[in-house]
Design a protein around this ligand. Structure first.
Ligand code: 5AD
Ligand code: SF4
Length: 475
């Protein structure tokens, strides 16, 4: 099964190839134990955070398979557990630490289990040190620049029982890692890594390093492989995809990917308003394969707060871009991230945020209560907002969001929509779920031959819309 499912990149660099050679050594070692079938060694990956982490975890899964592990359904069944952590808000770190805490029982009952922790949380030295000193059952940690070293770290733990804590700060591109997508029809494709923007609240530039773009050839080659193995929905990923510079800009890259043979659709995230260009908007308008959706985080509607956030645009500049995009793609679905309770946010600043939501009319917003991150400038700013005030503002924001979303959803009522059928509905086993050009899932009754439909496109008619999802019938 390994060869059939793993994506093997054509573009490889020497240092990654060297690290991958340890995967073969682990495989040889595991094979010599003679365990196969039910007893074959197994891996389990727990992922927190953004789609970038999901994409990284697919690479980790590719490496685990190359090392000879098979996927386990639950961590208790695994011989190798990897936790891919997030650091963007305190809550994400707390959740990861709590899960890692629970894995102690697994290690206690099965001491040969190898537990490794990677991702943004352990790219902060203090967190890696905490795991080293207070979680003795964790075999290794690896920062976001050292994913390719996992086979070597596993080898070291397996053969020498050695604990390792890697802070590589390697911000080079590492081409050549295998990948095992978790679904064949939905693909996450990293086109660049890191961020140069240093928004004052954000930990990402410190834990993901500076911006670097993969070459367009490598990206296009990977897109081709993904399409060949059945990808129907491809999302180009980067912290700030609009500053992609891999020999061409993102607009040209998307035109080139759209020109590849195959029935698929293309998405991209995340965009920074200061870099979202007319060329990008024109590409969305021109290319049928690009989904008519733009996630363009505004973060705040107050110019004063935007300045404190170091966002480098004003609300008027943002609105101007939105108007331009709406003139090119009138039916565009817009979504945004918004931070509530940034230090110094007054009632008036918050009302500016509500006001811009009313002007833009987002299909959906992802609101977050500000979470101070050690090492970022905002964590030291005066005027930290008490939790009760942030929570009360969040409540008001969500009420407005629901009102606007409901109104935006109405436009789809009665429409025919082409959706990609993703699988059975989570809440109703008599229904299938899919997604069209909008952000809301679409549910419809299972037709007879439903197994064959998963991962294919279908036309449905929208019969009913609610805040979070649409009900439809298949045509
Ligand atoms: N507190 C709250 N939200 C944050 N985000 C990033 N950093 C923080 C923080 N310190 C949000 C931003 C970003 C999204 C991915 O997470 O809105 O766009
Ligand atoms: Fe964080 Fe700003 Fe970079 Fe986004 S653009 S990852 S919010 S620093």
């Amino acid at each position: 099964m390994r060869d059939e499912y793993i994506i093997k990149p054509k573009f490889t660099d020497e240092s990654t190839a060297e690290e991958m050679s340890y995967a073969d050594r682990v495989a040889a070692d595991l094979a010599s134990s003679g365990l196969s079938g039910e007893k074959a060694p197994k891996f389990y990956i727990q992922t927190f955070g953004c789609q970038q982490n999901v994409a990284d975890s697919e690479k980790l899964a590719g490496m685990c398979c190359t090392m000879g592990y098979e996927r386990a359904e639950k961590p208790e069944d695994a011989d190798l557990i990897l936790v891919n952590t997030c650091a963007v808000r305190e809550h994400a770190e707390k959740k990861a630490l709590s899960i890692i805490g629970q894995y102690k029982h697994i290690k206690d009952s099965k001491p040969e289990t190898i537990i490794g922790v990677g991702g943004c949380m352990v790219t902060q030295k203090a967190r890696a040190d905490k795991l080293k000193n207070s979680y003795p059952y964790v075999s290794f940690t690896f920062d976001t620049g050292a994913i390719q070293s996992v086979p070597r770290l596993v080898y070291s733990a397996l053969k020498k029982g050695k604990r390792s804590f890697v802070m590589s700060e390697n911000w080079e591109i590492n081409e050549g890692m295998p990948s095992l997508p978790s679904q064949s029809h939905i693909a996450w494709l990293s086109i660049m890594y890191g961020c140069n923007n240093f928004c004052s609240y954000c930990i990402v530039p410190y834990v993901r390093g500076r911006e670097r773009s993969r070459s367009a050839e490598a990206v296009i080659e990977e897109a081709k492989q993904l399409i060949e193995r059945g990808a129907k929905d491809i999302t180009l990923l980067g912290q700030n995809v609009n500053s992609y510079d891999g020999g061409m800009d993102i607009a040209e890259l998307m035109h080139k990917i759209c020109a590849l043979d195959g029935d698929f659709r293309l998405r991209f995230m995340t965009s920074h308003p200061k870099d979202a260009s007319d060329r990008l908007f024109e590409a969305i308008a021109e290319e049928e394969k690009i989904v008519k959706h733009l996630h363009l985080p505004i973060q705040s509607g107050s110019d004063r707060i935007l300045k404190l956030m170091n966002r480098k645009y004003t609300r008027d500049a943002y609105l101007e871009k939105i108007e331009k995009l709406k003139s090119l793609v009138p039916d565009i679905s817009l979504t945004s991230d918004i931070i509530v309770g940034f230090p110094g946010e007054t009632e008036e600043d918050f009302e500016d945020t509500l006001d811009i939501m009313k002007k833009v009319r987002y299909d959906m917003v992802f609101p977050f209560i500000y979470s101070p991150r050690t090492g970022t400038p905002a964590a030291k700013m005066d005027g930290q907002i008490p939790r009760e005030i942030s929570a009360e503002r969040m409540k008001r924001l969500l009420e407005l969001e629901t009102e606007i979303s409901n109104e935006r959803n109405e436009r789809f009522l009665g429409r025919t929509m082409r959706i990609l059928i993703e699988g059975e509905s989570k809440n109703d086993s008599t229904k299938l779920t899919g997604k069209g050009d909008t952000v809301r899932p679409v549910h419809f009754p299972k037709p007879e031959n439903h197994e064959k439909l998963i991962g294919t496109f279908a036309n449905v008619r929208i019969k009913d819309v609610s805040t979070f999802s649409f009900e439809a019938e298949i045509i």
